[in-house]
Write a protein that binds this ligand. Structure first.
Ligand code: NAD
Ligand code: G3P
Length: 337
């Protein structure tokens, strides 16, 4: 059987490991930071911290030893926060088989370098582009852990690698589609977190469906502008990794990014929301990196910039709204192509 190592026993790492175990074509080892979590998963087949109500596949094995998780792995799946990935990879590098396919589940952009996660992987591990893939799409981990139906995109510039990955994660409730547009899939996933934050703020301010739909649609427009400027295919963003993920995340109370924004919009300070957010809300730290990437490439991303102003510069949500609505009048379609 194919050996798969999944590094990161948080919500998506656990849920995705369960998908691969349920797919039944691979042995799956989940690396967790904490020994008590690994022991609970091995002994009870439950991840008590993230999904206490879900019975995981009993074939799923957990460990805190990266060498054990990575020995002989043909697929190495990364499920840690974007801003810690580089340090994690540095530590794991001696154990990662050089011919393994590296799969990022991470939806963020690195602060400082503005690199996408696949670019961080390649810069640390020197893996060829054909051996780096991403999984993205409308994938709220809580629903997938409960084995509710979902679809996803598995993207790799080397189509045969995407097909191999598709096979090992195709479970009865999880339907992955292949794609070769890695850039579009990655940026769709990263930017939607920022847009979901903005939608959450609108919800927290008490606004209704017109405001939400406007942010989702204009959010997609700025995602497309950035992605196309960086070489993606515009159509990718009309698919699961673009519109699909944007709609799911912006609509769901399960979304950590939307929830973060909702708390901001209802009057909490950024520091207070950060203090009570236990899981990773990638949009909070990736917003600044995405806005820098946009600026470097001459792309206008007004929603992203407004989120940066609220999260990093303390702009009150009410003032952010005024700033956003008083921008100069524009045609609906500009800056693409
Ligand atoms: N949860 C979802 O619904 C979902 C779905 C799709 C993609 N994602 C993406 O997956 C990535 C991981 O998110 P998550 O939801 O699993 O987050 P999480 O907060 O639930 O879990 C993060 C995991 O990383 C570990 N971790 C945190 N800091 C670390 C560090 N410095 N070094 C090593 N490990 C560390 C934690 O212990 C935990 O196991 C994010 O980029 C997120 O956007 C999440
Ligand atoms: O909970 P969020 O906001 O990190 O979103 C989770 C997933 O990325 C949805 O696809």
């Amino acid at each position: 059987m194919t050996k798969v190592a999944i590094l990161g026993g948080g919500s998506w790492g656990t849920a995705f490991a369960n998908v691969v175990a349920d797919a039944g074509l691979a042995t799956v080892t989940l690396w967790c930071r904490r020994p008590e979590l690994a022991a609970a998963i091995n002994d009870t087949h439950i991840n008590p911290d993230y999904f206490p109500q879900v019975q995981l596949n009993p074939e799923l094995h957990a460990t805190t030893d990266p060498a054990q998780a990575l020995a002989g792995a043909e697929f190495v799946v990364l499920a840690v926060p974007s801003q810690s990935l580089r340090d994690n990879l540095d530590a794991w590098r001696p154990h990662i088989p050089p011919d393994a396919v590296i799969v990022s589940l991470i939806k963020g952009v690195e602060l400082g370098t503005t690199l996408r996660m696949s670019e961080v992987v390649r810069s640390v591990l020197n893996h060829p582009a054909d051996q780096v893939a991403v999984v993205s799409g409308p994938n709220l981990a809580g629903e997938i852990a409960e084995r509710q139906p979902a679809t996803a995109v598995v993207a790799c510039p080397h189509e045969a690698t995407a097909v191999r990955l598709q096979h090992i994660c195709k479970a009865p409730y999880f339907r992955p589609y292949t794609h070769t547009d890695l850039v579009g899939a990655e940026l769709g996933g990263a930017v939607k977190n920022v847009i979901a934050l903005a939608v959450g703020v609108a919800v927290g301010l008490g606004f209704g469906d017109n405001a939400k739909a406007s942010l989702i649609t204009r959010g997609l427009a700025e995602t497309v502008r950035l992605a196309v400027a960086l070489g993606a295919d515009e159509h990718t963003l009309a698919g699961l990794a673009g519109m699909g993920d944007l709609v799911a995340t912006c609509s769901s109370p399960l979304s950590r990014n939307r929830t973060f924004g909702e708390k901001l919009g209802s009057g909490m300070s950024v520091a207070d929301v950060i203090a009570e957010t236990r899981q990773t809300a990638e949009g909070v730290r990736s917003a600044r990196a995405i806005s820098a990437l946009a600026r470097d490439n001459g792309v206008d991303m007004p929603i992203t910039e407004t989120v940066v102003a609220m999260v990093d510069e303390g702009l009150p949500p009410e003032e952010a709204l005024v700033r956003f609505m008083s921008r100069s009048a524009k045609p609906e379609r500009y800056g693409v192509g």
